[in-house]
Design a protein around this ligand. Structure first.
Ligand code: ATR
Length: 274
């Protein structure tokens, strides 16, 4: 029940009406009994700083930040965590009791947590990251922090791979021949989003590699299906989405919500749309 004491978190973005965040976060708040709720605010490009100011004015306790605001918010908050500083990107804002704002980037660590939750040992492992966009950069940064020994970046545009490789000492520009020895393969490209395309030749997939896709529309991508056929273990795109939200909510409320409840809410929301 919403009362006069209920705290508000909001997702800001444009577009934002398709966001799964309110459904995921509300399930999380319910799982801990935190008296919080979440709504979505459509905030136009260029207005992110004003949204952060509105947090202070209205006492909005937390923001989840999505396209196109992550870089602007990183510049608008008073303090950031290490990942946000490295990426110049913030996906989470906390309004602290003293009225100051703290920005974090939970996407990459959320991905790492989803991999660990699937039982994969990342320390000293090797990874291949397909793609070098913003999502890839957060994942590469977090894989490096998680103790992965080698992160090979494979991207259509080599220059972007080179830039992403600068994020971590263990990252480098790689090639598809790196897939053979990898513990983990993650697709961060948009290939397979709403289509049946696969980002790499499925013949490279094999038992013993864990294949993760951050695409969640469809949830069971052609890449994940091909991976299962090849005998590989898979992690779908809700893994990262849910686990980055778990970290956001811990930052806002101090309580760790139940990832299973949040995932179930995301699945129900996706099913309701289908
Ligand atoms: P995001 O913020 O989701 O990471 P992005 O920054 O636009 O999105 O990055 C999209 C990624 O998907 C990039 O790595 C892009 O490759 P380029 O850097 O060469 O543009 C990759 N990508 C998109 N469409 C692709 C396609 N058809 N084939 C291969 N890679 C593709």
């Amino acid at each position: 029940m919403i009362t006069a004491r209920t705290r508000l978190a909001a997702v800001i973005g444009d577009p934002v009406r398709h966001s799964l965040s309110p459904a995921i976060h509300r399930a999380g708040f319910e799982s801990t009994g935190a008296d919080w709720t979440m709504v979505a605010f459509e905030v136009a490009a260029g207005d992110a700083r004003r949204a952060v100011e509105a947090m202070r004015t209205l006492g909005i306790g937390g923001l989840s930040v999505t396209m196109p605001h992550k870089a602007d918010v990183a510049a608008a908050v008073e303090e950031v965590d290490d990942a946000a500083a490295a990426l110049a990107s913030v996906n989470t804002v906390v309004l602290r009791d003293d009225g100051t704002t703290f920005g974090a980037s939970t996407d990459g660590q959320g991905f790492v947590d989803s991999v660990i939750a699937s039982g994969v040992e990342l320390t000293h492992s090797t990874a291949v990251v397909l793609g070098a966009g913003a999502a890839a950069r957060s994942i590469i940064d977090a894989l490096g922090r998680a103790g992965v020994a080698d992160v090979a970046i494979v991207n259509r545009t080599t220059e972007r791979a080179r830039s992403a490789a600068e994020l971590s000492d263990v990252a480098r520009v790689g090639g598809l021949d790196d897939v053979g020895a990898a513990t983990l393969l993650v697709n961060t490209t948009s290939v397979g989003m709403g289509t049946d395309e696969v980002p790499i030749d499925p013949r490279l997939l094999r038992a013993g590699i864990v294949v993760a896709d951050i695409v969640y529309h469809p949830l069971d991508t052609a890449l994940l299906r091909a991976a299962r056929t090849a005998g590989a273990d898979t992690i779908d795109g809700l893994g990262m989405l849910v686990h980055q939200a778990v970290l956001q909510q811990e930052l806002w409320t101090g309580h760790r919500p139940d990832p299973a409840a949040m995932r179930a809410a995301a699945e129900a929301e996706l099913a309701a749309r289908a």
